[in-house]
Design a protein around this ligand. Structure first.
Ligand code: HAM
Length: 430
């Protein structure tokens, strides 16, 4: 019986995995250089972790279930809530700010489409203990330089949900309804925003103010918000914070577009928000490769109120546009070929195993496990794109040597194992 993959999931072939591994390592390396330490949380959590902030509605978008003990669990749809839960439970006493990064799979019960999956991976970082403009700028700059180092063409947009929330509060929209409006803004559903505000009985001019605010984009967005008095006076703290943040981003040399219409899909953001979009149109509608911002979740999970700032990359989306082609990846494979004469094989195999051990110190090394003939072993070596074969036969054994064969050119020479290693290092550019 042929069994298909579950909807919205993927298999990754070796070439794809090689590429993903390169990306992952690059991301890790940068995060570590910026002083972030890796953490890992469980794949499933108690469902309340995700419903506490967003309400039962969110269950529709999650893989949630009861286990055999009747506990209500969910596969994690993202990693920020789990990281803050872990912080409250385990890391409260750690020096502040606590800077962590993570790489893990997430699950969302969404309609699968191009670059939108039900199982996908996130690479993210969080500064726990600060949402100062300095912390916000560092988080944005980290994401920005990760994108740059991967050679991906992208655009960074920075906004502030404080401005939108304050405008809504100024229009007497209740907290719960504010989240509804934010979600509509996030989805780009302008008409629905207006319709919903009308239903709530919000005055026409206040609705206009909101629409005007979320349309503000570019260099003069802040000035326009001020000049038109769109931003309520009690949110001026948000404005000041945003101004300071932008100034620091300039010191970092980060290029961004100010975009006051960013609302983000998750409910926990309190201040700065940012998104990075792929710039070449290769991802279609799902072009957001990274999202983040400032939030406060620790108090909700039983800890002290702790300002935090973070982001997560959609790793799969970045992988889809990562410019490294698999053919660019040098195949660093060596195949050790025991050349056995009929029925007299064991000493040659023994020697080949010993030599493979030595080569494995330096190179991915294969060895026959199917008792194949010399020519069958060489044709296998070719078919897996190995660059070199190391032949081990009776004659070589007598001379304590091996025959190194370049599978591209067919050239071969007899060498000691040490010489062979040196030759391979040169061949592989090591
Ligand atoms: P998010 O925007 O929901 O934010 O997800 C982060 C990134 O994950 C998105 O920008 C997108 O690239 C990717 N992503 C989301 N859903 C899918 C999907 N179904 N298939 C493929 N990729 C997807 C968060 O999750 C926040 N926890 C980010 C954060 C960290 N905020 C503060 N700290």
């Amino acid at each position: 019986m042929r069994i298909e993959r579950a909807r919205g999931t993927r298999d990754f072939m070796p070439a794809e995995m090689r590429k993903r591994r390169i990306m992952e390592e690059r991301m890790r390396e940068i995060a570590e250089k910026w002083g972030y330490e890796e953490i890992r949380t469980p794949t499933f959590e108690r469902s309340e972790l995700f419903t506490l902030k967003s309400g039962e509605e969110i269950l529709k978008e999650m893989y949630e279930f009861k286990d055999k003990g009747g506990r209500h669990l969910a596969l994690r749809p993202e990693l920020t809530a789990p990281v803050i839960r872990m912080y409250v439970n385990e890391l409260k006493m750690a020096p502040k700010p606590t800077k962590v990064y993570y790489f893990g799979n997430c699950f969302r019960y969404e309609e699968p489409q191009k670059a939108r999956y039900r199982e996908f991976w996130q690479f993210g970082a969080e500064i726990i203990g600060s949402d100062s403009p300095e912390a916000q700028a560092e988080i944005i700059a980290l994401a920005y330089f990760i994108v740059k180092s991967l050679g991906v063409k992208a655009e960074l947009h920075v906004g502030h949900v404080g401005l939108i929330r304050e405008t809504l509060r100024g229009a007497n929209v209740g907290e719960e309804k504010i989240n509804n409006v934010m979600r509509l803004i996030d989805k780009g559903e302008r008409e629905e925003v207006v319709g919903f505000m009308n239903e709530l009985g919000v005055k026409e001019e206040l609705i206009d103010d909101l629409i005007c605010l979320i349309d503000l984009k570019g260099k003069y967005a802040l000035k326009e918000a001020r000049d038109h008095k769109i931003v309520a006076s009690d949110s001026s703290d948000a404005l000041k914070e945003l101004e300071m943040l932008l100034e620091i981003l300039d010191y970092y040399g980060v290029l961004y577009t100010l975009n006051l219409g960013i609302a983000r899909g998750l409910d926990y953001y309190t201040g700065m928000v940012f998104e990075i979009y792929e710039a070449d149109g290769k991802l279609g509608a799902q072009n957001q490769i990274c999202g983040g911002g400032s939030y406060r979740l620790a108090a909700l999970f039983g800890g002290d109120d702790t300002p935090s700032t973070g982001f997560a990359f959609g790793f799969d989306r970045v992988a889809e546009i990562f410019p490294l082609e698999t053919k660019d990846l040098k195949s660093m494979k060596v195949v050790v070929v025991p050349v056995r004469e009929k029925n007299a094989a064991q000493d040659v195999v023994k020697e080949a195993i010993k030599i493979a051990f030595e080569l494995r110190e330096f190179f991915p090394t294969y060895m026959d496990v199917m008792r194949r003939s010399l020519s069958a072993q060489l044709s296998y070596a070719n078919s897996i794109n190995a660059a070199f074969a190391v032949l081990v036969g009776k004659n070589e054994m007598k001379e304590a040597k091996v025959t190194l064969r370049n599978l591209d050119t067919g050239e071969q020479e007899k060498l000691s194992v040490e010489e062979c290693v040196e030759r391979l290092k040169v061949g592989f550019d090591l």
